[in-house]
Design a protein around this ligand. Structure first.
Ligand SMILES: [Mg+2]
Length: 230
């Protein structure tokens, strides 16, 4: 039985250091207002929702038109790219992520894709910097929908279009690091495995009863065994 594994990026596949710098630069560049991502809890949220939260928290009354998001996304990509190139911001693969993606790509039963709150352009910069980009199919991003719960279905559709195959939602597994990843999986009748490499402790994640709950992704064999059983 084939399975589509939908990986979240931040806190699941990668960890970014000083990501707030390019994010805040892009806010200033796009909206002409300063905003600080460190004033909100961004985990599991999509980038447009994070920007809105930042302005709400700072009591900034601003109406952002849908047409402005592509400009924010392009600015964010440019700011991220130069911050990474200059070494001000670093994006690293979390332990076990590369080995797991390699094992999945070597196994015909499994396919890896992405469900993330990043815009597609920023996701590409992060995955490239972390050395993971070549193992993942095109998935679904904040540039496809601002609502995370829309994304797993869109990632499945994207995979089906690319491969010409079909897959039932229950044969898709979302792997993430927040309750929002689980909520999005459930909304789409998909399975979910949560990892404790983000901001949420394992005890809290297991409370939400995902199909799997792991401290990290270092035990490739066990994760593959778990995914085969789901
Ligand atoms: Mg995450």
């Amino acid at each position: 039985m084939e399975r589509l594994i939908l990986f979240d990026i931040d806190g699941t596949l990668t960890r970014t250091q000083n990501g707030y710098m390019p994010f805040n630069e892009a806010i200033q560049k796009t909206f002409g207002i300063s905003g600080d991502i460190r004033t909100v809890v961004p985990d599991g949220n999509t980038d447009p929702m994070i920007v809105k939260d930042i302005f709400v928290n700072a009591n900034v009354a601003i109406e952002i038109l849908d047409a402005e998001w592509p400009r924010f996304s392009a600015n964010l990509r440019d700011c991220y790219k130069s911050a990474v190139d200059q070494g001000r911001t670093t994006v690293r693969a979390l332990p076990g992520a590369l080995a797991l993606l390699q094992a999945i790509s070597a196994d015909k039963k499994f396919h890896s894709s992405v469900v993330t709150g990043n815009f597609e352009a920023t996701a590409a910069v992060k995955l490239q910097a972390a050395g993971l980009a070549s193992y993942l199919c095109r998935g679904a991003y904040a540039s496809d929908s601002q609502h995370r719960r829309d994304l797993p279905h869109m990632a499945r559709m994207s995979w089906e279009e690319t491969t010409g195959k079909t897959l039932l939602p229950e044969h898709c597994v979302v792997i993430g690091d927040t309750p929002k990843d689980l909520e999005a999986a459930r909304h789409n009748q998909m399975k979910c495995v949560l990892v404790g490499t983000g901001r949420y402790p394992l005890e809290e994640l297991s409370y939400w009863k995902p199909e799997g709950c792991l401290p990290d992704m270092t035990d490739t064999e066990s994760i593959l065994a778990l995914l085969s059983k789901l």
